[in-house]
Design a protein around this ligand. Structure first.
Ligand SMILES: Nc1nc2c(ncn2[C@@H]2O[C@H](COP(=O)(O)OP(=O)(O)OP(=O)(O)O)[C@@H](O)[C@H]2O)c(=O)[nH]1
Length: 377
């Protein structure tokens, strides 16, 4: 049984209609007051630039967030994918409405529609070729039949990716490095993840290895405060690698469970970025040979195909273990997940579904697909 049948079964239309009316999207809890203690304990790293000890940030008690129920998570996916599904659905329905027969012109237009739907040229071509066969094989004649075959094929291709979307968490210290261009949502993702791990009872340390923008550092310190976790920061323009060194050392000696490292994403200077990430990687490995356990690239879902080029560029600079697709809630281009996994063979591991502290979810293939096609089936 393919992913399509597993997810949609036979009577999916009614079910989706019911779900669409449910509106239990969680309130943004970002204004909640939470405990946080910000500590830095930097040290001098060989001949590297010295970091500076930051002052303590005032702390406020955390009210504690209830874990979400599976129904709440599903509703969040559905709501976040509404825009994508609407534009996807509208384009497809319009395309199908214009056709009387399934001939070569139909497939050519289908390919164009897929390209316009942010599926990407390569995937669109491959999919159209496969669909030519499939439509024949299934003897699909009516618009509804063809529609079902198209969706079925897209979903099943996606389901066959075989990529592991789970975070690689260790029994001991897990080190995660976050990369991505400015503004895609790295810091926000780290803040949300810190809160998740803290809620699970883990000891969490953050590292502000973006030392080029004071704003970026302050933002991370604020997220640490909100989640009640510790953060290591460096002096402005200091060597990011020295912050990483301090953070890894501290995480090991004080037995933290998770270390989340925020980096600067200046892709315009690829050589520098590569050198910087290499240096960070070396420093991490010196202390922990099997780390980083995750190198996650944050991509902004609203940028569509641009996100794909960023993923290609970054994977040339450093090996990536996964992708965080942010701002899915504000995007009509969430369909790029299909392309990312198919073309780049990098699993999407986390999705950002809003700006609130709880608006980060593990990537769930079935919930994504259900949300994506909700306006089509
Ligand atoms: N709607 C929505 N907004 C998000 C999401 N993730 C991040 N944002 C917003 O995106 C903006 C940029 O996020 P940052 O976390 O500062 O991005 P960054 O990659 O760390 O940027 P730099 O610090 O400049 O490198 C902020 O306004 C966030 O609130 C999401 O999943 N949904």
């Amino acid at each position: 049984m393919g992913l399509f049948d597993k997810i949609f079964g036979k009577k999916v239309a009614e079910q989706l209609e019911e779900n669409a009316s449910a509106d239990i999207f969680k309130l943004d809890l970002s204004e909640s007051e939470e405990v946080s203690e910000t500590v830095t304990d930097p040290e001098i790293v060989g001949d590297e630039v010295e970091t500076e000890t930051e002052q303590e940030v005032e702390t406020v008690p955390e009210p504690g967030l209830e874990p979400e129920t599976p129904q709440e998570i599903e509703a969040k996916y559905e709501k976040s994918l509404k825009k994508t599904s609407k534009s996807f659905g509208a384009r497809f329905n319009e395309f199908l409405a214009n056709f009387r027969s399934v001939d070569e012109a139909f497939f050519e237009d289908l390919e164009d529609t897929l390209i316009m739907s942010d599926v990407g040229v390569d995937v669109a071509t491959q999919l159209t070729d496969e669909l030519r066969q499939e439509v024949k094989l299934q003897n699909a004649k009516s618009t509804d039949d063809v529609k079902r075959v198209i969706i079925e094929k897209m979903v099943d291709n996606f389901g066959e990716s075989g990529l592991n979307t789970a975070l690689n968490l260790q029994d001991g210290l897990t080190v995660m490095l976050f990369v991505g261009v400015n503004g895609v949502g790295k810091t926000t993702t780290i803040g949300k993840l810190a809160n998740r791990f803290k809620t699970e009872g883990k000891k969490v340390l953050l590292a502000a290895a973006d030392t080029f923008r004071a704003g970026a550092r302050d933002q991370l310190v604020e997220w640490a405060r909100r989640s009640g976790v510790d953060v290591v920061v460096g002096k402005e323009n200091s060597d990011p690698a020295s912050v990483v060194f301090d953070a890894v050392k501290r995480a090991r000696t004080e037995q933290f469970d998770v270390l989340l490292i925020d980096t600067a994403g200046r892709l315009q200077n690829k050589d520098n970025l590569m050198k910087e990430l290499e240096k960070m990687g070396k420093i991490i490995k010196r202390e922990l040979p099997d780390a980083p356990h995750e190198t996650l690239l944050a991509l902004d879902a609203t940028t569509g195909q641009n996100a794909i080029s960023q993923a290609k560029e970054f994977s040339n600079v450093t090996p990536l273990t996964g992708i965080v697709l942010t701002k899915l809630d504000g995007s009509a281009k969430g369909g790029i997940i299909l392309t990312i996994q198919q073309i780049l063979q990098i699993p999407v591991k986390l999705v950002g579904l809003g700006e609130g502290i709880q608006d980060l979810e593990n990537f769930d293939e079935a919930l994504f697909v259900k949300g994506l096609f909700q306006d089509l089936i």
